[in-house]
Design a protein around this ligand. Sequence first.
Ligand SMILES: Nc1ncnc2c1ncn2[C@@H]1O[C@H](COP(=O)(O)OP(=O)(O)O)[C@@H](O)[C@H]1O
Ligand SMILES: [Mg+2]
Length: 401
Amino acid sequence: MFFFCPEEEKTLFMGNFCRKPVAHVSSTSFFGTTKSQRKTKQNSSSPKQTALKTSASNVDKPISNKLKIFSFNDLKEATKNFRQENLIGEGGFGFVYKGWIDEITYAPTRPGTGIVVAIKKLKPEGFQGHREWLAEVNYLSQLHHENLVKLIGYCSDGKHRLLVYEFMQKGSLENHLFRKGVQPIPWITRISIAVAVARGLTFLHTLDANVIYRDLKASNVLLDSDFNAKLSDFGLARDGPTGDNTHVSTRVIGTHGYAAPEYVATGHLTPRSDVYSFGVVLLELLTGRRVVEDERPGFSEETLVDWARPFLSDSRRILRIMDTRLGGQYSKKGAQAAAALALQCLNTDPKYRPTMVNVLAALEALHSSNSFPRTPKSGNDNHSIKHSSHSNKSATNCNKQ
Ligand SMILES: Nc1ncnc2c1ncn2[C@@H]1O[C@H](COP(=O)(O)OP(=O)(O)O)[C@@H](O)[C@H]1O
Ligand SMILES: [Mg+2]
């Protein structure tokens, strides 16, 4: 994959961005080092080599030069000086604000006029954010797909590093799956979200550069007003193995619980690492539980995956771990098929995980089958299912209904 650097970034960041591992400071992600990390390989193909294998209809030509370059003052104005009430999210990289810009000129406008955008502002501390900022500009300026969030522009003004994206009205999947008080997402929508995420990952994995997303988690899946899902946050994405290479060796970064075990153990990254993370997100969609409920001392270290595995491998017991907030409004067959797929994705041996192409095909078949909400014969049917609690993580909103 070709990486472009804004002119002023070249001397400052390009060398480091492309070659040297740098400690990760994300609050939500972990980092570590491996023996093999020094062998980091980067593909530095020319812009002309960005040819993409997937259907041309999904992909525009590289349009990095079409991105709007904003000044810091523009974005300050668009967010009313990064006012607290416009804060819509926080990740490892920085704070995300709602802002308003003119639809045509992209000049800042008064709140409520023009178009709404999401503006991510790098946290000031640390160098790591620059790498992630640059990775996002590089990938999202070149990759265009209906299941990837659209990058409108960026700001690299003095020390300031910001990114401007299309605004995703419903925010992150994390907020809808786990937050108390939100409307539960219906089964059909959960499967549509899984299909959308699988399409986004399939698109990345079938590019010539075999792009690995590396940070799939519920907080990085964004939802528009109709619950269409898109992948956001390309800060950790990188080109995958090409030619005879089976993996790329890299520093271990990602998010606890979502990262594939072999990647955490060895630093060997492959597209199958994303497949594992996909299995975790699918499991979260089925159960309505976070992969890691609470990392405070005293809480169990058992992850959702460890806990759910025995249920997933027994099609009769699967219903016991389904999200009770679904109110039994799903078909048993559909749940069993989705759980079986999650189990395959979560195989500890990456060899036995399906490819994203296969995962997508399976989910599309499930989506188009009639495995959709079926009101239980008796309104109380779902209550007859004995639900299991997730060790001491059961004190969550999940099974309380
Ligand atoms: N385009 C967007 N529209 C709406 N909300 C967004 C958008 N981008 C990010 N967010 C919110 O901000 C949070 C953090 O964004 P993310 O891109 O993951 O940042 P980080 O790189 O710091 O992890 C997301 O989980 C989401 O709640
Ligand atoms: Mg994030």
